[in-house]
Design a protein around this ligand. Structure first.
Ligand code: CP
Ligand code: NVA
Length: 303
């Protein structure tokens, strides 16, 4: 039996493992172990069905910095695009590669791929989860606030993949999470129910963004229209219009609240320039932390 570990959702790591991983990411960011190359002689596939700036580049650079090689696989340029099955692709790629980072439309495809791969599979975003993003979010909150347990996090907007992974990350680390979203745009109900059954902290879903932002240490948002939802764009934007993070909403949070966004941002929609470029914004540190957390994750998973 293979002893490989995948990272498809936050629950694939324990609370202790996440704590160690964040500590390690902070160490790597400080420049420690610059010359340590645990991936020397190893190759990692990057198989992405959707566009990416941060995830692709941070993984490719991280793999290089750890001494390994990354191979970008565009589904249109491999036989999967001509009908080879996910299962056969996963089996074959496992014979060459030491790990695979996936970005798929459907989370079920990521699960199917992982179930047939004999090397670790990392979810670099699916329609349901974005766990690598959540690791960088946790690191940023820890750096800026000094702790996770007891932090009040407000997520304002669409209950999407990023929100789902934040729910799981909050449950695992003891952050109190309040999500404000319009009716019909709630996070995944199974993700929510499962996280609530495991969480010691509060995970609340409500409608009023000001109520969610009240006394928050961290305010978080994401785009209103995720990749693959372009056909629903106008309806979603109309529904989410009152969920913008602007100066007025930020005013409801604590004075020293930080603002996070996984990026890419649609400035003027879910977030204003004033907030994104303002003194509370930590979005570019958050983007940088993708690199450090992914290096810590690769070190942990790829043996
Ligand atoms: N936040 C994030 O995953 O960005 P990309 O889509 O650019 O990878
Ligand atoms: N929710 C967004 C996140 C992009 C990083 C999407 O899935 O498009």
């Amino acid at each position: 039996m293979s002893s490989k570990r995948d990272f498809l959702t936050i629950w694939d790591l324990t609370a202790d493992e996440i704590e160690c991983l964040l500590k390690r990411a902070i160490e790597l960011k400080s420049g420690a172990d610059k010359n340590k190359c645990p991936l020397i002689g190893k190759s990692i596939g990057i198989f992405f069905e959707k566009p990416s700036t941060r995830t692709r580049v941070s993984f490719e650079v991280g793999i290089y910095q750890l001494g390994g090689q990354s191979i970008y696989l565009n589904p249109r340029e491999i036989q999967l695009g001509r009908g080879e099955t996910i299962a056969d692709t996963a089996r074959v790629l496992s014979r060459y590669l030491n790990g695979i980072v996936l970005r798929t439309y459907s989370h079920a495809s990521a699960e199917e791929f992982a179930s047939h791969a004999t090397v670790p599979v990392i979810n670099g975003l699916s329609d349901l989860h974005h766990p690598c993003q959540a690791l960088a979010d946790l690191m940023t909150i820890l750096e800026k606030k000094g702790k996770l347990n007891g932090i009040r996090l407000a997520y304002i907007g669409d209950g999407n993949n990023v929100a789902n992974s934040l729910i799981e990350a909050s449950a695992l680390t003891g952050m109190n999470l309040t999500i404000a979203c319009p009716e019909g745009y709630e996070p995944d109900p199974d993700v929510l129910e499962n996280a609530r059954s495991k969480a010691a902290s509060e995970i609340i879903v409500l409608r009023n963004p000001k109520e969610a932002a009240g006394r928050a240490d961290v305010i978080y948002t994401d785009v209103w229209v995720s990749m693959g939802q372009e056909d629903k764009a106008e309806k979603k934007k109309a529904k989410l219009r009152d969920y913008q993070i602007n100066g007025q909403l930020l005013h409801c949070a604590k004075n020293d609240a930080i603002v996070l966004h996984c990026l890419p941002a649609h400035r003027g929609e879910e977030i204003t320039d004033e907030v994104m470029d303002g003194p509370n914004s930590a979005v570019f540190d958050q983007a940088e932390n993708r690199l450090h957390t992914e290096k810590a994750l690769l070190e942990f998973l790829i043996r």
